[in-house]
Design a protein around this ligand. Structure first.
Ligand SMILES: Nc1ncnc2c1ncn2[C@@H]1O[C@H](COP(=O)(O)OP(=O)(O)OP(=O)(O)O)[C@@H](O)[C@H]1O
Ligand SMILES: CC(C)(CO)[C@@H](O)C(=O)[O-]
Ligand code: BAL
Length: 287
């Protein structure tokens, strides 16, 4: 497993692999890896001969005042976790944006990608520049690594949908794969940010998962009214001391709210426990 920090070297490696006819899969991450990330690597290994994992905490997707400075990092630990998995390259770019290179004399990055409608609901409400940053950095990674397949997790459901749309709309020559959300043994969605929860917040945050499970059960027993499903979730999370950013039942493709659970929909929640904002979701069964 090699660690590559320079984008020219990354591109050169990819091109030489492709010239030999080898398929490349890319797994983009921000590091502090957990089993959720490792499941993406397994999926990538199934789909390509060569696997690149990128580790880059992208400043371009954090607004001022968000948690960029305290985002968990453990590069050496990540390397150890990836070693046994047969990953070929860890791409840990030092020079991703022009502003990262002092010799460019302040000539800054000024090109941004917007996925105009899909970026607006859900996370787009409280993080209006988030998907602009994500779409732009993922475009850069795709242009540098030139993978055949790129793998994302459905824990970040809207992110997966936004990036799939971007790839389709802009004709990137890559297949986008969405992998199922991986949970801790007690049900909490795995997330790098979980480490920032206190023990009490960690316990209370389970209310998110329990309320989504409850919604699933209600749908199975015939409840289709979104407002009923949402109210029980908001109430359970608030009782547990959480602050709901959004709790929305939306169409799986358009991410527009639905009043009734009648077609493929997803119940997506973002909620704060202490200073940590957590995401979770379930794809709801059709009633
Ligand atoms: N629990 C999970 N199950 C499946 N995929 C996941 C899970 N957690 C993260 N991923 C996926 O891993 C990729 C990298 O995500 P990232 O490095 O931001 O980790 P994260 O755990 O989502 O961190 P955080 O939410 O704290 O930013 C994304 O495609 C994301 O959806
Ligand atoms: C896709 C991504 C690596 C872009 O920085 C990030 O948003 C993430 O880790 O989910
Ligand atoms: N996985 C989400 C990345 C972020 O919250 O910035």
């Amino acid at each position: 497993m090699a660690i590559v920090g320079e984008k020219g070297a990354m591109r050169q490696w990819s091109r030489s692999q492709r010239q030999c006819g080898r398929r490349i899969a890319l797994v983009p991450t921000m590091g502090f890896l957990h089993e959720g990330h490792l499941s993406l690597v397994s999926e990538a290994k199934q789909r390509a001969e060569k696997v690149v994992v990128s580790i880059y905490v992208n400043p371009g997707q954090f607004a001022p005042g968000e948690d960029l400075d305290v985002y968990p990092r453990d590069f050496d630990g990540d390397v150890e976790k990836l070693k046994p998995l047969g990953v070929d390259i860890i791409f840990n770019p030092r020079d991703l944006y022009v502003r990262d290179s002092p010799e460019k004399n302040g000539a800054g990055h000024e090109t941004w990608i917007r996925v105009e409608n899909l970026e607006k609901p859900l996370c787009g409400g409280s993080r209006p520049l988030f998907f602009r940053g994500v779409a732009t950095v993922v475009s850069k990674l795709l242009n540098i690594v030139e993978p055949d397949v790129v793998v994302f997790g459905k824990k970040d459901y809207q992110q997966w949908r936004v990036l799939s749309r971007m790839v389709r709309d802009l004709d990137f020559g890559v297949e986008v794969v969405g992998c199922k959300l991986v949970r801790e043994a007690d049900g909490l969605a795995m997330s790098s940010r979980n480490v920032r929860l206190t023990a009490t917040e960690r316990k209370n945050a389970l209310a998110i998962f329990h309320s989504l499970k409850r919604a699933e059960e209600l749908v199975r027993s015939g409840e289709t009214d979104s407002s009923v499903l949402i109210e029980q979730a908001v109430s359970a999370i608030s009782h547990a001391g959480g602050r709901v950013d959004y709790a929305s039942i939306v169409d799986q493709e358009t991410l527009q709210s639905v009043d009734k659970v009648a077609s493929p929909s997803v119940f997506a929640i973002a909620a704060w426990f202490g200073s940590v904002r957590l995401l979770d979701n379930v794809e709801l069964p059709n009633s």
